[in-house]
Design a protein around this ligand. Structure first.
Ligand code: PLP
Length: 415
């Protein structure tokens, strides 16, 4: 059977293949520490589960408006007001089927065939594959610790071509957990205006932010931001409702709702009506039960649980970064957000020609730790990096570190 050629360029996640291998090993009785998947190990907080059950009991099982429940759009505007001091017209908030659904709509809205889009390498793979599917050409810009693993205005300007139509950045980022500094974000937004293009900011890890140095989250840490030169959202910097800025977000990560498939975006006023048309035609509406549950995710009781979990993630980050560094992995910058450590393989292994797919394969098969090779996230020095997700509790992280040490010893012995 012949399938459309446009699907050929879209690669499978190696992490999925790795998960399958891990499951097969577990079925054979092996204990595996899972550090490969990008989703919280916590299930949704109780108030969310209760709201989901209540929505079913009340029969909220029909379609909603394509733009989402008005109450949820309003609750998100209130969230920006209360937690980020941003005044937002709820009409600019569009509820979607996850941030993935949001990017599909935006790709359909913004991209002409052949348009070029600038993105950081390493980066989240779907953020390039979804625009690619829409006919655009993702241009990957190699980034490293010198720019905090982020695309910045200088790098973007240097790569700009006459076909470049916009930029997509993620902050905090996957796989590096790096956060764009306030000035860098502002400069990107200014470049977008100067070039008559647009800027997409993926803020899906918003809320999962920690101090820039290893250490516990201060007792009085505010939601959404910890450092003076960081912002909780780009919307604090760009207040013009007609600015060419699109913010993608989701209930998946901080709010622990990956499987409910609810996300949102904040868009310029003029984009709302065309996006409504697209959403109606693509999927009619996001899940109604999911939206009712998401309303509870923004309430005080659930937010208290989310903040507790953020603290747990921060403690895990501290332990994992320190442990990996002790083992010789390169972690030049402490990741300030999300739940990932993007670590460079120790020098001895790299010199012996061991790349991250080989390392991750061996680490899983022989030692029972699943982690994702950097090659899932781009090309630039990808085979020298591994992404460890700290979506396992502290006890399991200790087990993982012991096993990684054993893997290192086995590799070194074999050399
Ligand atoms: C950077 C980034 N953006 C977007 C997504 C998509 O998330 P969802 O569709 O669950 O909202 C992910 C998921 O891992 C991600 O890491």
């Amino acid at each position: 059977m012949q399938f459309a050629r446009r699907t050929d360029a879209i690669r499978a996640f190696q992490v999925m293949e790795l998960m399958d291998r891990a499951r097969r090993l577990e079925a054979r009785g092996m204990d595996v520490v899972h550090m490969e998947v990008g989703e919280p190990d916590f299930i949704s907080a109780d108030p969310i589960l209760e709201a989901g059950r209540a929505a079913i009991a009340a029969g909220h099982t029909g379609y909603t408006s394509a733009l989402g429940l008005p109450a949820l759009r309003q609750a998100l505007a209130d969230y920006y007001r209360d937690h980020h001091a941003v005044a937002l017209d709820p009409q600019r908030v569009v509820i979607t089927a996850g941030a993935s659904g949001a990017l599909m709509l935006l790709s359909a809205l913004l991209l002409e065939s052949g348009d070029e889009l600038l993105l950081a390498d390493p980066g989240y793979p779907c953020n390039r594959y979804i625009p690619l599917f829409a006919g655009a050409v993702p241009r990957l810009v190699a980034v490293g610790p010198e720019t905090a693993y982020q695309l910045n205005a200088d790098l973007a300007a240097a790569r700009w071509s006459e076909r470049t139509c916009g930029m997509l950045v993620a902050t905090p980022a996957n796989p590096t957990g790096s956060v764009l500094a306030r000035d860098d974000l502002a400069a990107l937004a200014e470049l977008a205006v100067a070039k008559q293009s647009w800027l997409l900011v993926d803020e899906i890890y918003q809320g999962l932010v920690y101090p820039a140095e290893l250490g516990a989250l201060p007792a009085d840490a505010k939601h959404g931001v910890v450092a003076a030169d960081r912002v909780g959202t780009v919307l604090q910097l760009v207040t013009d409702p007609d600015a060419p800025l699109f913010v993608l977000n989701s209930f998946s990560k901080y709010f622990g709702m990956t499987g409910w498939r609810i996300g949102w975006m904040v868009v310029p006023e003029s984009a709302v009506t065309p996006l409504e048309r697209l959403a109606q035609n693509f999927y009619i509406a996001p899940s109604s039960i999911g939206q009712h549950a998401a309303l509870a995710a923004l309430g005080g009781p659930a937010m208290a649980v989310h903040e507790q979990r953020r603290r747990a993630f921060c403690d895990r980050r501290n332990r994992l970064v320190a442990g990996l560094r002790e083992l010789g992995f390169g972690v030049p910058l402490v990741p300030e957000g999300a739940f990932y450590v993007y670590a460079e393989l120790p020098e001895a292994l790299r010199q012996a020609g061991i790349d991250s797919p080989a390392f991750c394969g061996q680490l899983l098969e022989q030692h029972g730790v699943a982690a994702t090779p950097g090659t899932d996230f781009g090309e630039y020095r990808a085979d020298a990096h591994v992404r460890f997700a700290y979506t396992a509790d502290m006890e399991r992280i200790e087990v993982a570190l012991e096993r990684i040490a054993a893997a290192m010893a086995a590799f070194t012995y074999a050399l």
